[in-house]
Design a protein around this ligand. Structure first.
Ligand SMILES: O=C(CO)[C@H](O)[C@H](O)COP(=O)(O)O
Length: 207
């Protein structure tokens, strides 16, 4: 299972510092949606230039203009770009078209989708590389939140999936056991006093 570090910060400088600390322990460096909205596509270029050996993931969460938005992110240096599963099929197909042009991949984020296994199958049929079983930061803050549903949905989907939703060192083993291809961790790494040590701790559980 690959480990993805979601850098939910607001400046390119902060992202480069986080990436430098965590890179030895992670496979995928994710530029979070707030970072791309705040710093722009140049943040993608900067992270890819600093870490050409890593998979750079641009969490655009595209809802419309799939081909155009994916194209500009791939041109900026992204290897993987997200489109929302709530978007229409034509948006997802457009993003997949851009990914094929660049030899890269589209990940469909199923945040907010009620029947995630069903939509997962549909979007992989449209050409998505994998889906993200995702409970966002707001959903995580809701009373009674548990990400066990995400693991069940991933297993039920029958397609390649990642899991994101507040994963930490005590829960990442269950993500691996669910058969996920990628575990996404944001706050558990960037919120730790020692970013490198936090990434290493997660990595130690899954190797
Ligand atoms: O995409 C996101 C929010 O929409 C986050 O990057 C994702 O949820 C991972 O971060 P965390 O581990 O803190 O939940």
């Amino acid at each position: 299972m690959k480990l993805q570090f979601a850098m939910d910060t607001l400046t390119t400088e902060a992202a480069l510092q986080l990436a430098a600390a965590a890179a030895p322990h992670v496979d995928i460096l994710e530029l979070g949606t707030p970072l791309i909205k705040s710093a722009g596509l140049s943040a993608i270029t900067a992270v890819k230039a600093a870490h050409p050996d890593k998979i750079v993931f641009a969490d655009l969460k595209t809802m419309d203009a799939g081909e155009l938005e994916a194209d500009i992110a791939f041109t900026a240096g992204a290897d993987l770009v997200t489109v929302l599963g709530l978007a229409g099929d034509s948006t997802i197909a457009g993003a997949v078209k851009a990914a094929k042009k660049h030899g890269k991949g589209i990940v469909v984020d199923l945040i907010g989708v009620s029947n995630k296994p069903k939509r997962a199958k549909e979007v992989v049929a449209l050409g998505a590389l994998f889906v993200e079983m995702h409970a966002g930061l707001d959903e995580q803050a809701e009373e009674g939140f548990t990400f066990s549903t995400l693991l069940r949905d991933g297993e039920a989907s029958g397609v390649p999936f990642s899991v994101a939703g507040g994963i930490n060192a005590s829960t990442i083993a269950s993500v691996q056991q669910s058969g996920a291809q990628v575990a996404v961790a944001g706050g558990a790494i960037y919120g730790a006093p020692d970013v490198g040590a936090a990434a290493a701790e997660l990595r130690a559980v899954i190797v």
